[in-house]
Design a protein around this ligand. Structure first.
Ligand code: UDP
Ligand code: MG
Length: 324
């Protein structure tokens, strides 16, 4: 890439009830813009149906700064869809995804930009430290990324969030992927191109509380696994086979005991255990199957991914995307 042509960068920031941090986030991002004179930067905030003052604050910032654009959702659609909308509306030669809570230090993005200029298409931040998170969340995240990788057909980088820089080519490819259950970091891994990890120290949330309660975390993890693997279906076959094998052993044992000894297997307990065991295996398998069927149902409905209530800021008609 030649440096005499001015390049542009879109910074996409998903926000959900972030009134306590958003002012500081804007300040830090503006400072970052000032440190990058060679880049034309747009700040694209996606308000994911906040119920606090986030949107009002963003409206104020957009009014006084032409670089700031805001896309406001009609309700809370979730982090991954907020990110999706941001990517679809971004017009930059590169797109940076960053959380609103300043856990991902904007200054790290300077290194990402340097790597992008060296020719990488995706520079993803890998967390070396995550201070201030609960032991439960750390443990859950650690195990999740490992299980996901074991299950997934595409290698998905470990301990990596959505903090990343992507080239226009990657962004266009993502925009052409119409799937409903969007696990963005996995989709980016699937796309390919030249990708590189950038280790960074994740900061503490600047203010406010996590907008990822356990319910959303579980849903996010299930989406990740089910969108990137059909192995759970194979696991359910394996469970069925194991249950059948166990039953076969039981039959042999019962027959041998009855025919060749003068004792036999007595009734209730064995029967009850067998019924519960088989019942459990069947319900789990049906449940797994059901999760996939439910996702097919979601796909065929072909609803828009998200609903935009309002676009604020200069040139807000630019970019694609109406949630398709
Ligand atoms: N977020 C969002 N919609 C949601 C939940 C979260 O847009 O439904 C945003 C949130 O404002 C933040 C980012 O996603 O910018 C990550 O959320 P959070 O920091 O609460 O998650 P954590 O870092 O605790 O995993
Ligand atoms: Mg956070």
């Amino acid at each position: 890439m030649t440096s005499n042509i001015e390049q542009s960068l879109s910074i996409v920031v998903p926000c959900y009830n972030e009134e306590e941090v958003i002012g500081e986030t804007v300040r830090r991002l503006r400072a970052f813009c000032a440190s990058q004179p060679a880049l034309r930067i747009e700040l694209l905030f996606v308000d994911d149906g906040s119920r606090d003052g986030t949107l009002a604050l963003l409206r104020g910032f957009a009014a006084e700064d032409a670089r700031i654009r805001v896309i406001a959702f009609a309700r809370n659609f979730g982090h991954q869809l907020a990110v999706t909308a941001g990517i679809e509306h971004a017009v930059g030669d590169a797109v940076l995804l960053i959380d609103a809570d300043l856990q991902d230090p904007p200054e790290v993005a300077a290194e990402m930009i340097a790597l992008w200029r060296q020719g990488y298409d995706v520079v993803y931040g890998t967390r070396t430290e995550r201070p201030g998170e609960s032991a439960f969340k750390l443990g859950a995240a650690r195990s999740f990324y490992r299980v996901l990788n074991w299950l997934s057909d595409v290698p998905i980088p470990l301990d990596t969030g959505d903090f990343r820089l992507m080239s226009r080519q990657v962004v266009d490819t993502l925009n052409a992927m119409p799937e409903r259950d969007r696990f963005v970091r996995g989709m980016v891994a699937w796309v390919g191109f030249r990708q590189v990890a950038l280790p960074y120290k994740r900061a503490q949330r600047f203010a406010g509380v996590s907008k990822y309660p356990l319910r959303k975390m579980v849903r996010f993890a299930t989406d990740g696994i089910l969108s990137f693997s059909t192995r759970p279906l194979q696991v359910s076959i394996t469970m069925g086979l194991a249950a059948a094998a166990l039953a076969l052993l039981g039959i042999v044992y019962a027959l041998v005991a009855r025919l060749f000894t003068d004792t036999w297997v007595e009734g209730w307990t064995a029967l009850m255990l067998a019924v519960l065991f088989i019942g459990g295996v069947q319900l789990i398998s049906i449940g797994i199957l059901g999760e996939y069927v439910g996702r097919i149902y979601n796909e065929v409905k072909r609803r828009p991914l998200y609903v935009v209530r309002e676009r604020i800021g200069a040139g807000s008609g630019a970019g694609a995307g109406d949630g398709r």
